[in-house]
Design a protein around this ligand. Structure first.
Ligand SMILES: Cc1ncc(COP(=O)(O)O)c(C=O)c1O
Length: 472
């Protein structure tokens, strides 16, 4: 089995235990002069070796966070909470704060292959602006009104009907929450479900921002390989039995970055496993409508009768990215907690965005737009594949989505290629950052959706030439 993420030198296990203890002190569970659990008890609680806990306590002692009483154990040092040193650490100590994908995407590039977003020229922008006017006519007070925390009722009613008709989901409007993008949904779920040292199953590779969010909560990530055939369910069952994960975060339809879709027969079985091992399945589904030939199988949520699946359906990729509208489906009582988390985050997604989205989404024009968009994306994908054809690099043609997941020959250093490309204003995502194990050093993610056709051809030629200069 793969080496667990927590073994990585960047965040060794004893450091995570250290942060776990600090986190509990910070939350006021352990105050000055309180006795801390024995090494044995804590090792059992967080399921690590006693030596790891010993190492964490030793470091805490060296840092003045705890002190030792002979033959009695470890105690919380007084005054610690207010020391400037502690305050500095408090923000980062329990939470690993990184987002390498955002760092890459922040740098402007002429040949933009790092953004899994759609070229704004492919969206019906003029038509959208008509809708803005229409919404102000229909709801003159829209700018002066808060949305309810859960989201506009009219929109939730429409979406519950839509999910029933198109994806076979039996949902009431009360079982939907509107968030500002899928990213906010992942964030809220992580805040509700995860605590330090909790285990999360994630696909390998996966959407790196989700990993960053889980790591920030102090969770441990355990990878599940995703292949063109889906998952190895036996492996998943063994990992569920062993690690008792709180959740499995997955993007099983036109997966980012590989484009793979988990087959229908695995969907039902995995929901059964989730029920048996009490592991939430967090199904992130932003690319469902971006298929080329065949519609993908129904979401996992369609097979769930016990409330173990949370379904995240973001429309921010292809309907109107500027509106950032996403719907989260889940059952009660989880929905209550989600609504509270949303109220603490922003008290509701802007009503204006929800109303514009509602009227645009239900318009016949959207369906026409979707058909054209699918064709345009397929053309983009084929151009990129044509440009890659002569390289001998490996990839599996996706049936939908926005990316190609490409394996380069080992002699090409992706790190050096990335730097060379940056000098020529070409951006892509190195596979390493999408891998929970931080390996996959020969892989890259190339998004074909954002650059226009000319930029795709020219950029890919430059990228090929840069890679060629690194081969002997
Ligand atoms: C799998 C996945 N989930 C979520 C997101 C973020 O979606 P949103 O823009 O709705 O926040 C992305 C964006 O690339 C993604 O690829």
């Amino acid at each position: 089995m793969k080496k667990a993420v927590e073994d990585q030198q960047t965040h060794p296990l004893f450091r995570q235990v250290y942060e776990y203890i600090i986190n509990r002190m910070e939350r006021g569970e352990w105050n000055a002069h309180d006795k801390l659990p024995s090494i044995r008890l804590l090792a059992e609680e967080v399921k690590v070796h006693r030596l790891t806990v010993f190492k964490a306590y030793k470091q805490l002692k060296e840092d003045g966070k705890v002190y030792v009483r002979d033959k009695s154990g470890y105690y919380v040092s007084p005054g610690n909470m207010l020391s400037p040193d502690f305050e500095d650490n408090a923000i980062v100590s329990s939470y690993l704060l990184t987002n390498p994908l955002s760092d890459i995407q922040r740098v402007p590039a002429k040949y933009q292959f790092s953004q899994a977003l759609i070229d704004p020229n492919l969206l019906p922008n003029l038509y959208l602006s008509d809708y803005v006017k229409k919404v102000f006519d229909l709801y003159p007070k829209v700018m002066g009104t808060y949305s309810t925390v859960q989201g506009d009722e009219e929109l939730r009613e429409t979406l519950s009907r839509h999910f029933k008709e198109h994806h076979r989901l039996q949902l009431s409007p009360e079982e939907l929450l509107i968030t500002s993008g899928a990213q906010q949904a992942i964030n809220l779920i992580a805040k509700i479900v995860l605590g330090p040292m909790d285990t999360v199953l994630v696909e390998r590779p996966t959407y790196s921002v989700a990993m960053d969010i889980f790591r920030r909560e102090g969770a441990r990530l355990v990878p599940i390989e995703i292949t063109p055939e889906g998952y190895d369910l036996e492996e998943i069952e063994a990992l569920m039995a062993k690690h008792k994960p709180r959740m499995f975060y997955m993007n099983p339809t036109h997966h980012n970055p590989t484009g793979y879709t988990v087959p229908v027969r695995q969907r039902k079985l995995l929901v059964e496993l989730a029920e048996r091992y009490r592991c939430l399945l967090v199904e992130d589904d932003p690319f469902r409508d971006m298929y080329f030939d065949e519609e993908p199988p129904p979401p996992f949520f369609a097979y769930d009768t016990e409330g173990w699946v949370i379904y995240i359906s973001s429309f921010s990729k292809y309907v109107a990215p500027g509106l950032r509208i996403c719907a989260v489906a889940c059952r009660y009582p989880f929905m209550d907690r989600l609504i509270t988390a949303k109220s603490l985050a922003d008290n509701g997604t802007p009503l204006l965005n929800q109303k514009i989205f509602l009227h645009y989404y239900t318009s016949p024009r959207l369906q026409q737009h979707l058909v054209k968009l699918r064709i345009a994306l397929q053309v983009h994908k084929e151009i990129m594949e044509e440009e890659l054809a002569a390289t001998g690099w490996e990839w599996k043609a996706p049936q939908g989505g926005l990316n190609l997941w490409v394996k380069l020959p080992e002699e090409i250093s992706v790190e050096v290629l990335f730097r060379l490309c940056a000098q020529q204003s070409i951006a892509f995502v190195p596979g390493e950052i999408l891998d929970p194990l931080g390996e996959m050093k020969s892989w890259i993610r190339l998004s074909y959706s954002f650059a226009n056709e000319g930029q795709l051809r020219e950029g890919m030629r430059l990228l090929r030439a840069a890679a060629g200069s690194l081969q002997s």
